[in-house]
Design a protein around this ligand. Structure first.
Ligand code: ATP
Ligand code: MG
Length: 360
């Protein structure tokens, strides 16, 4: 970015979060006014039609194709800034919270972390961008026992170079200036997690997959991907009701889990499978750490499903909330009902824009 570019972006003050999902692109534009994040515009565009598949289905497009779609979306949503932050999909990254021996010397600690990281990364370390975060001891809230005194918890993060190259080329193609790329869960936490102490489970119900995270003290303590997503509900409805995928997608959105139709039965079967797997991850975590998960936050397009939070409450028997990331932004009152409804889909994009505002 040139000196003049940064002068320009400073002056206009608007920032953009760009979430590149497998089924759709989402953008959120914010501006800071009197210390508040003001919502300027937002938008979503399905990638399906650009890939010859239905809206709501996952795609695997080239950087050029994604850039073209993104340009259409920027135009449609009347985005006025190029100043942005971009999401990295969890599927293309690696997160591991590990306990390692503590060393006073930073150099020694780094060597230990780098050696350990190699064990978790399934490809040569030269092929990834490696980063880590030493969890401050304080954040453990006195839960350390004697055995853990000489150790530290480290969150190891790796992203494949190919993924970053793809995202950079999308940004160049869409003429956007990205100042950071962030793994989607970190954006989500910023946008929707306010619980500072107790473990919270986030379920990101995407098109192709469901991401399960447990976040404690703002740190991602567990992450897990389930290979089933909302697109599988559409496919199941299409098969069982013998309708087109387009019709099945509409039925899914219309009926959700309202218990009165073949489509809702399909939704229930798939959510029941997803929740069983999420519950296993949760129980494993709770057993290992001897702490109960306090609540569940639903995000992603699947989180918009009608009656999902009631169904999740019944399954997990704990507090379940549907993410409302726009609550962190100022917007006209008449827009609130819509923003609340679509909120789960925009958690990542809002979180990115909030970080970008902090940077300004
Ligand atoms: N109102 C709704 N009811 C039920 N499902 C919905 C609704 N709105 C969107 N979806 C579904 O949510 C999915 C898209 O979710 P989202 O936008 O979070 O996915 P993505 O980010 O593109 O995918 P991924 O996270 O897997 O890469 C689609 O399968 C879509 O059909
Ligand atoms: Mg997503």
């Amino acid at each position: 970015m040139s000196f003049f570019d940064s002068l320009f972006t400073k002056k206009e003050g608007s920032v953009l979060g760009v979430d590149i999902g497998s089924s759709s692109l989402k953008v959120v534009q914010l501006r800071r006014e009197k210390g508040q994040a003001v919502l300027e515009t937002y938008g979503e565009l399905a990638l399906g039609p650009y890939a010859g598949v239905q809206v709501g289905q996952a795609t695997n497009l080239s950087a050029e194709q994604i850039a073209e779609t993104l340009k259409d979306l920027l135009r449609e949503a009347k985005v006025t800034t190029t100043n942005c932050g971009v999401s990295i999909p969890f599927a293309r990254s690696l997160l591991s919270l590990v306990r390692l021996p503590y060393r006073k010397s930073q150099q020694e600690q780094q060597t230990i972390i780098e050696l350990e990281a190699r064990k978790y990364i399934p490809v040569p370390v030269s092929e990834v961008q490696l980063d880590w975060f030493v969890v401050p001891k304080m954040e453990l809230g006195g839960r350390e026992d004697e055995r853990e005194k000489d150790t530290v918890e480290v969150l190891i993060v790796a992203v494949h170079n190919d993924e970053l190259a793809l995202l950079q080329s999308v940004m160049a193609g869409a003429s956007l200036a990205a100042t950071f790329y962030e793994i989607e869960i970190f954006s989500t936490i910023r946008a929707v997690v306010d619980e500072p102490v107790k473990p919270v489970m986030i379920l990101d119900l995407g098109a192709a997959s469901t991401k399960v995270y447990i976040v404690e003290h703002g740190v991602v303590a567990l992450s897990h991907s389930i290979g089933t997503g909302s697109q599988d509900i559409t496919r199941a409805i299409a098969v069982s009701s013998d309708v087109s995928l387009a019709r099945a997608e509409a039925l899914k959105k219309e009926r959700g889990l309202l218990r009165d139709s073949v489509s809702s039965k399909n939704s229930e079967v798939i959510f029941s499978n997803i929740f069983s797997e999420a519950r296993r991850a949760m129980v494993q975590y709770e057993t290992l750490h001897k702490r109960a998960v306090s609540s569940i936050m639903l995000t992603g397009g699947g989180g918009v499903t009608k009656e999902l939070s009631a169904y999740a409450k019944q399954t997990f028997s704990i507090d379940v909330r549907v993410a409302n990331p726009f609550a962190k932004t100022a917007a006209p009152a008449f827009m609130r009902p819509v923003l609340e409804e679509i909120g789960p889909e925009f958690a990542v994009a809002v979180g990115l824009a909030l970080r970008k505002l902090e940077e300004e």
